[in-house]
Design a protein around this ligand. Structure first.
Ligand code: GLN
Length: 542
């Protein structure tokens, strides 16, 4: 059989950033997947960090972790959730990664004395990585590549040049360019303005890229006459100008694109052999369900980066998906853990919540506030879900207030603690493969017979994604067990603690891993489902 052609769909953005081009790209992916195609996604990020792992969540939102342990941009989370797929380390390419690879090769003498330049060395490296992404899973039919930033930025030029070359090399029918722009609506005159789009396309064509479709983002639907005008000025067919107005429910974006036949256009252009229509019945069902939900469940999310909700986007999404299962919307009270430490009125918010969640985090700041919330949940039988740091702090709180070890701590926060129950012990990782000092990506977890975890998962062995450095030291386990702590999930290779739960509590569960990365709109994660179900019961109790 002849080798399949590589097909790439490139997504760029113009006029302003934050257009939601990642969402649109993911929705295109969903439509194509529902036409029977296998989709891989790549995000190209123009910044010079090698990966977003070290970036402040305040600047860049959450770090999303793939199953093979890559620390990536949060947009990859949208791709995984919306397309319902799992990605790999090949799906994230930053300028930092590209430049450092090229410089390393230069130092090794791999370029045989050539002068190293942006073109061709950087652009070749980008192209090689795009092709590696296409081949990463072995079954990809279409690879969707989102170029971060805005056309016209200095930083993204090498990426744009690389994708321009890709069309030359792979051919017209194997490449499709989607450009997203902003179409502002002027309230004073009641007009839609297309000029910024025209300028942005001009900029893009100046770089040698002629878009095949334009997605016009705005608060209002872009009428047919305006779309025609854009088509004419930007040199694209009428049917390739798509209005992507704000939708009340995000999943409607896919249906809106489908209604305007964007997927048909792509399939035809890329000459894809697939189903004639994307079956979206389950999503239509989900949208109808969300529209009909009237009741809320109140969840207090206690964290240090709550001012930027994007820092907890996967957690928030996972809560919402679990809520839909029980016909509830989630009302999140975003509680700043540091403020909680000396603000009693803020503690009232905790008391009002039906359930309390402490997500992951790094560093000492705010940890005492988080433990105050955990103590409240434990003592007052309020459902609690702890994620990663949320598990470590639950164990520290228990050691201090139940077992009476007042000095109990993690060596992350106090290196000299006399009771280092959360610790970094290099030999703790004997038996498992580790890249750096962090445990990243999928690890096995065996669930204890008779535990709530086993009941929720309906499985004995699971795999979950990790991103942390410190671990519970099993040396202290026995005293915890005697006092009602259940170690319900364990890594079989190392014996490391993965999941804990409390006996005699309606729902007190915490895990060392990040379940939020595996939750999907139509398939919420079992731990989140259990947590929301318990929170609803708690609400009804009042
Ligand atoms: N700071 C903790 C650790 O490194 C927890 C990390 C997290 O919550 N993701 O182990």
């Amino acid at each position: 059989m002849a080798k399949k052609d590589m097909k790439f769909l490139f997504v760029t953005g113009g006029v302003v950033s934050s257009l939601g081009k990642g969402i649109s790209a993911a929705m295109i992916g969903r439509l194509l997947k529902r036409r029977g195609l296998n989709i891989f996604s790549i995000k190209l990020d123009p910044y010079l960090n090698v990966d977003p792992g070290t970036m402040s969540p305040y600047q860049h939102g959450e770090v999303f972790v793939t199953r093979d342990g890559a620390e990536t941009d949060l947009d990859l989370g949208h791709y995984e959730r919306i397309i319902n797929t799992s990605l790999t380390k090949e799906s994230t390419i930053t300028s930092g990664k590209v430049y450092s690879a090229v410089i390393e090769k230069e130092r090794r003498g791999e370029y045989l004395g050539a002068t190293i330049q942006i073109i061709p060395h950087i652009t070749n490296e980008i192209k090689e990585r795009l092709i590696a992404g296409f081949n990463a899973k072995g079954d990809t039919d279409v690879c969707i590549v989102e170029i971060g930033g805005t056309v016209g930025d200095i930083e993204s030029l090498p990426f744009l040049e690389a994708i321009r070359q890709m069309r030359r090399e792979l051919g017209y029918s194997n490449t499709f360019f989607v450009h997203n722009t902003l179409v502002p609506y002027l309230h004073t005159t009641g007009e839609i303005k297309t000029k910024p789009t025209q300028h942005s396309v001009k900029e893009l064509t100046g770089l040698g890229i002629q878009p095949d479709a334009l997605l016009l983002r705005g608060e209002k639907k872009v009428d047919k006459a305006s779309r025609r005008k854009v088509a004419q000025f930007c040199n694209v067919p009428d049917e390739a100008v798509i209005s992507v107005e704000d939708m009340s429910i995000i999943y409607e974006v896919a249906l809106n694109l489908q209604k305007q036949h964007l997927d048909d256009l792509i399939v035809k252009h890329l000459q894809l052999d697939c189903e004639p229509v994307a079956k979206m019945d389950d999503w239509i069902g989900l949208i109808d369900k969300i529209k009909s939900i009237k009741e809320y469940v109140n969840i207090a999310l206690v964290g240090k980066y709550v001012e930027l909700h994007d820092a907890y986007i996967s957690v928030y999404e996972s809560l919402k998906y679990a809520g839909y299962e029980f016909n509830k919307r989630i009302k999140v009270s975003w509680i700043d853990s540091e403020k909680l430490e000396n603000d009693e009125t803020l503690f009232e918010e905790i008391k009002k919540a039906d359930g309390i969640i402490v997500p992951g985090g790094f560093g000492l700041r705010g940890t005492e506030g988080k433990m105050m919330a955990i103590k409240y949940a434990r003592e007052n039988k309020v459902p609690y879900l702890g994620l990663c740091l949320g598990m470590q702090l639950a164990l520290i709180e228990f050691a201090r207030n139940v077992l009476g070890h007042k000095d109990a701590n993690s060596t992350e926060f106090n290196e000299n603690t006399s009771y280092p129950l959360i610790d970094y012990l290099p030999d703790q990782y004997k038996g498992i493969n580790m890249g750096g000092t962090m445990r990243l990506g999928d690890y096995d977890c065996c669930l204890l017979e008779g535990s709530k975890a086993k009941e929720l998962y309906q499985a004995s062995e699971i795999k979950e994604r990790h991103r942390h450095r410190y671990e519970f030291n099993n040396k202290y386990k026995e005293e915890f067990v005697k006092n009602g702590m259940v170690f319900s999930g364990t890594n079989p290779q190392t014996g490391l603690c993965e999941l804990i739960e409390l006996k005699d509590h309606p729902f007190f569960m915490a895990c060392q891993f990040h379940p939020e990365f595996k939750s999907r709109p139509l398939n919420p994660h079992p731990l989140f489902k259990g947590f929301i179900e318990a929170s609803i019961k708690n609400e009804q109790k009042l």
